[in-house]
Design a protein. Structure first.
Length: 438
């Protein structure tokens, strides 16, 4: 056989291997096709196929995912917690915004913390449906709230949020007079001075309510962008109670600037005392509840520096105080005050610009009732040190309240402006109401 025989055997062996490889490839192709068919059938099975074989040999739909969903639903609480302000909120109120509520369940725990981790005291409602802080929050502070609730089956739900309260730069407050719980005279207006200009006057005034137990109509008047006063048409009824309600928390006073106050103030109106200074006769008549109780000799402003005419309200009282002419524009050639008296006795302010009714110990007794010598104030006889209760100035001081009215008439000066002190009574009722934003 030689070479030919060997070649023949090699060829036969190679043919056998080729046939074997071909069978393997066909087997792999068939297996791949079968596997591909299974994958396709599985991917296309959406559970809607009928039992007649359209879903692949009549198999039932795969229920494993439905079982997982059902199990998850059984573990999820129905309680739904809501925290306000929303997570990430800024310019939040320091009084009213913070609150946690729940529906379809009850609250089991609520914690509110300041940046240093200090817990904020809070109150849970009796039905455990809501929680809120029991203290006023700080401005420009970020707080965190974590709340837990459970539904009727005892399944728990959790919610967390953080928010930042309004900053001082983005908030305003109103400084008001008179003080809470005080007793004042019949002329005392409610005067509010805001620490920032108010451009949304209507919104701010709507958040302020002033009422009297006497039933008198009370109206607010804006003197400028930072001051609003409230008063009735006539003086307050003696013995009545006046209530001021500030509901300014969250009220936008100007673009991006919000109120933070929520407060109720009450004060009582005392007896009706009105004193009339007649510059011409140089006397003051004190009337209480319509009856004259005392007539006092006075010395008003000189012809060169006359006293304002008009209705003025006592806004401050000082047993003794310093009066320097330089502070109100009375200076000498050297720029120093024309007067500087460090111990003026029994002084009561009548205007912002420096008008007082006060004791005078440096003038001769003969001045009072005879000569007008002051720089515009109303002077009453007194002694240095304010220690003699029998002096006219001492009597008037002891018998006067902040809010009492002092009327000046027959002076050569003009009538005092309504916003110079608490003297809005020098504006008629129609003009006063015209200054309201409501």
């Amino acid at each position: 056989m030689g070479v030919v025989g060997r070649v023949g055997r090699k060829a036969a062996t190679m043919e056998k291997r080729v046939m074997t490889d071909s069978k393997r490839r066909r087997g792999l192709v068939a297996a791949s096709a079968l596997l591909g068919g299974v994958l396709v059938l599985t991917a296309c099975n959406d559970g809607d196929a009928t039992a007649d074989g359209a879903n692949g040999a009549g198999r039932s739909p795969d229920t494993s995912q439905a079982q997982v969903d059902e199990a998850a639903a059984q573990k999820t609480s129905k309680a739904r917690i809501e925290i306000t302000p929303k997570n990430g909120a800024i310019n939040a109120s320091i009084n009213n915004d913070a609150k946690v509520t729940v529906s379809d369940g009850t609250l089991t725990e609520v914690t509110m913390t300041a940046p240093d981790g200090t817990a904020v005291k809070g109150e849970m409602a009796a039905d455990k449906k809501s929680w809120k802080p029991s203290v006023q929050l700080e401005r420009a502070t970020t707080y965190k709230i974590a709340a837990t609730a459970q539904d009727a089956d005892g399944r728990q739900a959790h919610e967390n949020a953080s928010f930042t309260t309004v900053s001082k730069a983005n908030s305003f407050i109103g400084n008001f007079t008179p003080e809470d719980g005080s007793t004042v005279g019949v002329g005392m207006p409610v005067s509010i001075n805001f620490n920032k200009p108010i451009t949304h006057k209507k919104a701010v005034q709507a958040g302020i309510e002033v009422s009297s137990s006497s039933g008198q109509e009370v109206v607010g008047h804006w003197f400028n962008s930072q001051r609003i006063d409230f008063r009735p048409d006539q003086y307050w009824a003696e013995g009545s109670t006046v209530t001021l309600k500030l509901e300014l928390d969250g009220v936008e006073g100007s673009d991006g600037v919000f109120g933070v106050q929520q407060k109720t103030v009450t004060f009582k109106i005392g007896r009706n005392q009105v004193s009339t200074v007649d510059v011409k006769t140089k006397t003051m008549t004190v009337q209480r509840n319509g009856k004259t109780i005392k007539t006092i000799p006075i010395s008003a402003g000189s012809p060169e520096t006359p006293t304002y005419n008009g209705q003025m309200v006592i806004s401050e009282k000082f047993k003794e105080t310093r009066m320097n002419g330089a502070t109100v524009g009375f200076t000498d050639d050297d720029g120093k005050g024309e007067y500087d008296i460090k111990d003026v006795p029994h002084a009561m302010r009548l205007s912002t610009s420096g008008t007082f009714i006060h004791g005078n110990y440096w003038g001769d007794d003969s001045v009072f009732g005879n000569v007008n010598t002051s720089h515009g104030c109303v002077g009453l006889n007194d002694v240095k040190g304010a220690g003699d209760p029998n002096q006219a100035a001492a009597w008037f001081y002891d018998n006067s309240l902040i809010g009492d009215v002092v009327i000046v008439k027959n002076s050569k000066d003009k009538t005092i402006k309504p916003d110079n002190g608490l003297n809005g009574w020098n504006m008629d009722w129609a003009a006063w109401k015209a200054g309201s934003a409501l």
